[in-house]
Write a protein that binds this ligand. Structure first.
Ligand code: C2E
Ligand code: CA
Ligand code: CA
Length: 409
């Protein structure tokens, strides 16, 4: 006999027979706090409600309306911090690919199950579930910031830009930086952008935030330029920024005022956001910015579903392969397949390729062998504050000089 388990489980499967079967299987193993949903929209409502929010989701991949992969993307938007088990009748390869996608979204997976589900495997996987430690509890019951707090953070200059270098794989040369904003919170410490960007987006504050980030990044770019360092500075642009034509004028004006050339400014837009429902205005704005010689970059490539045709329509200069398909691609054939496909698609369309999440020498070596243009990641440098930059530059040059970076001496 099993003692009652405290884990709150949600099962999402369009097949009601499967829902009953799994619910019964779980009950036999002592899991009685189980909610069954036959569609993604219902499941998301349960996740949004503190009383029904699950610790663990058993997710079917193939569902007619919102499929499992799409659901995973929504999980991120709905701030789900629990665990996931994928359940599917698909073959091993498909499940592994799905697992990588989940991983790319930074959702913790306990594993996957083939249908028909073997009760022993199910039990084994659930055993891997750990009740969140106190620290994690702090994390997951993480305070959700109010919009007025974020507004005041902007007003009080608590948002600080960090800059992560992008370097040439062939020569080691530092080509540019990506601007990554953080919140230096007076009592909570360093807050990552994942915790406040969506709040800004949902509360009409994203234009203000982006203006703030861009203004500081341009001032910094100018200082670098005046010290003899021409760096291409990238900023992250949210789809909500591209909702009105004012944004375009704003960007053009700020760059002109700073006396910088649009060619040295990169606007990064994530792939999954670009392929949403109505993208006519955003695409028009992007096209116009491109005509003014701004560089456009498609971010997190591999996590959305853009086709070759869609990519051809938008004049992107750069494609960033998502870190979920870069780190360890040298040893994992599934990751490698997505990495290779992204690289060759970019090359065929004449785009510059950037690999994100380059964490070690093996990752770097793969980029070198496959001819990826630029590398970004902790192997090169973590995101830095502006004042740390010149020190890092020196250390990077020393690493190249001492032959520590393969192929760049
Ligand atoms: P992103 O644009 O994909 O940025 C890359 C993220 O990967 C950054 O996380 C960076 O710190 C992290 N990273 C860099 N190197 C490595 C590595 O080697 N391994 C691993 N595992 N991770 C690495 P960060 O700074 O937490 O930013 C998260 C996301 O927040 C960004 O993802 C971007 O989408 C968003 N973001 C950041 N700043 C802004 C902003 O000013 N505006 C908007 N709209 N979004 C922003
Ligand atoms: Ca980015
Ligand atoms: Ca990215």
């Amino acid at each position: 006999m099993h003692s009652a388990s405290p884990i709150k489980i949600l099962i999402l499967d369009d097949d009601t027979f499967m829902l009953k079967l799994l619910t019964r299987m779980l009950a036999k193993q002592g899991h009685t706090s189980v909610i069954a949903c036959d569609n993604g929209a219902d499941a998301l409502k349960k996740i949004d409600n503190a009383d029904t929010r699950p610790d663990l989701i058993l997710l079917d991949l193939n569902m007619p309306d919102m499929d499992g992969i799409e659901f995973v993307r929504y999980l991120v938007d709905h701030q789900f911090h629990g665990n996931l088990i994928l359940v599917s009748g698909e073959d091993e390869r498909m499940l592994k690919t799905a697992e990588k996608l989940v991983h790319a979204h930074k959702i913790e997976m306990l594993g996957y199950l083939h249908k028909p589900v073997n009760p022993e495997y199910l039990s084994e996987l659930i055993k891997k579930w750990k009740s969140p430690s106190q620290e994690d509890q702090l994390q997951s019951s993480k305070k959700i910031y109010r919009v007025d707090e974020l507004q005041s953070a902007i007003a009080h200059h608590e948002l600080v830009n960090y800059y992560q270098p992008k370097v040439s794989v062939a020569t080691g040369e530092v080509i540019g930086v990506e601007t990554l904003v953080r919140w230096h919170h007076p009592t909570d410490g360093l807050i990552s952008p994942d915790r406040f960007i969506s709040i800004a987006e949902e509360n009409n504050l994203i234009n203000e935030l982006t203006t703030y980030v861009l203004t500081d990044a341009l001032a910094q770019a100018k200082m670098w330029y005046e010290s003899g360092l021409t760096l291409r500075v990238a900023i992250n642009v949210s789809m909500d920024n591209l909702a009105s034509l004012d944004f375009q004028d704003l960007v053009v004006n700020l760059v002109t005022q700073a006396g910088l050339s649009p060619q040295n400014i990169v606007l990064e837009v994530t792939e999954s956001q670009l392929m949403g429902a109505d993208t006519r205005i955003p695409l028009e704005i992007l096209t116009r910015l491109r005509l003014k010689r701004f560089h456009l970059s498609i971010d997190d490539f591999g996590t959305g579903h853009s086709s070759m045709a869609q990519l051809r329509d938008i004049p992107f200069d750069e494609l960033k392969i998502d870190q979920g398909f870069v780190h360890r691609a040298w040893t994992d054939t599934t990751l490698r397949a997505i990495y290779d496909a992204s690289l060759s698609m970019a090359k065929q369309l004449g785009m510059m390729t950037v690999a994100e999440g380059v964490e070690d020498q093996n990752d770097w070596e793969l980029l070198r062998q496959t001819g990826c243009d630029l590398a970004q990641g902790n192997f090169v440098s973590k995101p830095l504050q502006a004042k740390e930059f010149s020190h890092w530059m020196q250390a990077w040059q020393d690493r190249i000089h001492n032959g520590l970076i393969p192929g760049s001496t």
